[in-house]
Design a protein around this ligand. Structure first.
Ligand code: M6R
Length: 610
């Protein structure tokens, strides 16, 4: 989704801004632009498409200056083209704005501004901001920004420069992440929507909260609220490294991230699992033992892949902790009238910690009196800062738009939570130890599958031209079927659906013929015998069966066309193992189709708009 980077300081800003934009590419975008302030005023270059196109535009008409703002746009209002790319300027070309988010009342604001003589050059909602600031400007940029924002409904993370009040960047946030970087050199400050954009320059950051504004100049920075009252902010230190957001010899980030999973799930468990006691220590829960014991309901809310891990969490918690658990799409939860009491725990799952619907659902749950617990990967993200308690995933930065390592870490975090809740309620120490031991075995088991990735690649070769796929699983493996199908469709653009295997005969079975590949997640678990019948139903109709099995199964002999062996584990942890070959299958099919695996069309890494 859209990205912002800005710089003020002693250096020429161009290289810093372009490098910053490149670090934001992973978020997904379709045009880019840059405004630089120099002796000539504010100069802007924009281009449709990739940052390379913007670089070409700049080399044709070079820019220079020490203060600048830059943007990658993911189209919402108006198609991706040069005209709609950010930054947007006012009528005089002296005020320049980059914006993430959506101005919901841009229609009436635009009409009002046009009536008073403002001329618009784009179809975007953002352009109204430039004109509102122009209309309010009376010599001081931050005052004009405050006046303009008072008229705006919607969400924004913005950075603004003006030739009429030069030497400063004004940034403001409501509902769209923004942070300030404190540079290594004196008088050097950055603004960014994502720490990845500035990490090569600084690790010292100040996160802005909703309703806050920052003024960055070469003499310092100030944070205030939208009544211009100073706000005291703490400085946070980023503790991950740049090489974690580089490909490290892999063709794509997604492949690198798939291969990182033996380590990333270990990182999720580190210091938390107590195998001898069959217990987990979760320091960030911020709930007393009594509060945990008194919970009468858990609601888990999330979107996309995180919603799939939520479904697995629901099964784990109900089976082992015996607490009623509901899973809700965050986008639905926020607009319903859900039953929440003070004995409800709302678990919020999000890799980015910035997904607009998930954040809004968490705020709604809080408003209704629930305690909230965030399972979040990005440290310092909005959900992580606003939840009542949290379990960081510690999976490291996930750059590929298709979520892989975050998914397995989410399932691990949910397993740790299940252990904690289960052992406080119904789970015996023997069962706790069994779960803990199975958790400890997972990294080695994942590695053993990754060592056989070539087997999955070979299967993928057979299906590069497929147009449809079905993924089927039962019990804990039904959400894995959904996740396998999502992975395939989002990066390969092949239509794929996941179903509970037994549901197939209630409709999807009509689709089965020799052109329909069907992936069965069929480890030797408590529902294996049932899955065999479903495999038979597909085979009898000529479907091509790809099966994930965990041992030689005589019952499947002659019924499957392609097989990949996954290690044996306990039912509740099968999803962690089964996800790996499904991620690889999607990856290899998409890569062999020559597609942009890390930045699939129309998708954004972090969906910060509703
Ligand atoms: O950052 P989040 O986990 O909140 O993101 C939720 C979804 O947008 C995300 O999982 C999306 O479905 C991914 N593209 C899946 O690969």
């Amino acid at each position: 989704m859209c990205g912002i980077v800005g710089y003020v300081g002693p250096k020429k800003s161009m290289t810093t801004l372009i490098d910053g934009l490149k670090r934001l590419e992973y978020r997904g975008y379709d045009s880019a632009g840059i405004s630089i302030m120099n002796g000539k005023g504010v100069e802007t270059r924009k281009a449709k498409g990739k940052i390379a196109a913007l670089e070409q535009a700049i080399s044709a008409h070079p820019l220079d200056g020490n203060i600048g703002i830059a943007h990658t746009r993911w189209a919402t209002h108006g198609p991706p083209n040069e005209m709609n790319a950010h930054p947007h300027t006012d009528c005089t070309g002296t005020i320049s704005v980059v914006h993430n988010g959506i101005i919901e009342n841009y229609g009436p604001l635009r009409a009002m501004l046009q009536k008073t003589g403002h001329t618009f050059t784009s179809e975007t909602d953002t352009e109204v901001l430039a004109h509102l600031i122009e209309a309010a400007f009376d010599g001081n940029l931050e005052e004009a920004v405050i006046d303009a924002l008072a008229l705006v409904e919607g969400t924004y993370g913005i950075a603004v420069i003006s030739a009429k009040d030069p030497d400063k960047i004004v940034a403001a946030r409501k509902g769209s992440p923004l942070l300030i970087g404190l540079g290594d050199q004196p008088g050097e400050y950055y603004v960014a929507s994502d720490v990845a954009a500035i990490l090569q320059h600084t690790r010292q950051v100040v996160y802005l909260d909703d309703g806050e504004m920052a003024i960055l100049t070469r003499t310092g920075y100030e944070v205030c609220d939208l009544d211009a009252q100073t706000v005291k902010k703490g400085v946070s230190r980023i503790d991950w490294d740049l090489d974690q957001i580089e490909k490290g010899g892999f063709d794509h980030f997604m492949l690198k991230e798939i291969f990182e999973q033996p380590t990333t799930i270990q990182n999720t468990m580190r210091g938390r699992l107590v195998p001898d006691e069959g217990f987990s220590k979760l320091g960030g829960l911020n709930l007393t033992k009594e509060e945990l014991q008194q919970l009468d309901q858990i609601v888990i809310t999330a979107c996309g892949t995180s919603w799939h891990s939520a479904l697995i969490g629901e099964m784990m918690i109900e089976e082992h902790a015996r607490i009623r658990c509901e899973v809700e799409y965050a986008s639905e939860f926020r607009y319903r009238n859900p039953i929440i009491t003070d004995k409800t725990l709302c678990v919020v799952i999000s890799q980015s910690g910035e997904t607009a619907d998930t954040l809004a659902a968490m705020r709604e749950a809080k408003r209704r009196g629930a305690k909230t617990l965030g399972l979040v990967n990005v440290v310092g993200s909005t959900i992580a800062r606003e939840d009542d308690g949290g379990i960081y995933l510690h999976a490291g930065p996930e750059i590929g738009v298709a979520s892989t390592k975050a998914f397995t870490s989410q399932v691990i975090a949910l397993a740790l939570l299940t252990l904690k809740l289960g052992r406080l309620r119904n789970m015996s120490v023997v069962k706790g130890r069994e779960v803990a031991q199975a958790l400890e075995e997972l990294p080695g088991q994942i590695q053993s599958m990754l060592d056989r990735a070539a087997e999955v690649e070979k299967i993928a070769e057979e299906f590069v031209t497929a147009t449809n796929f079905l993924y089927l699983g039962r019990g804990y493996n039904f959400p894995v079927a959904l996740e396998g199908a999502l992975k395939l469709k989002e990066i390969s653009y092949i239509h794929a659906e996941g179903y509970p295997a037994a549901e197939m005969k209630h409709g999807p079975i009509a689709l089965i013929d020799e052109n329909m590949p069907v992936v069965f997640i069929a480890p030797h678990d408590s529902v294996f015998d049932k899955v065999v019948s479903n495999v038979q139903e597909v085979k009898a109709r000529g479907g091509r069966v790809i099966a994930l099995t965990s041992r030689d199964e005589p019952a499947l002999h002659g019924k499957i066309d392609y097989e990949f062996r996954i290690p044996q584990t306990i039912d509740m942890l099968n999803p962690v193992l089964a996800a790996i070959p499904l991620q690889l299958l999607a990856y290899y099919i998409a890569a062999k189709r020559g597609l942009n695996v890390d930045q699939p069309r129309n998708l954004a890494k972090s969906v910060t708009v509703e």
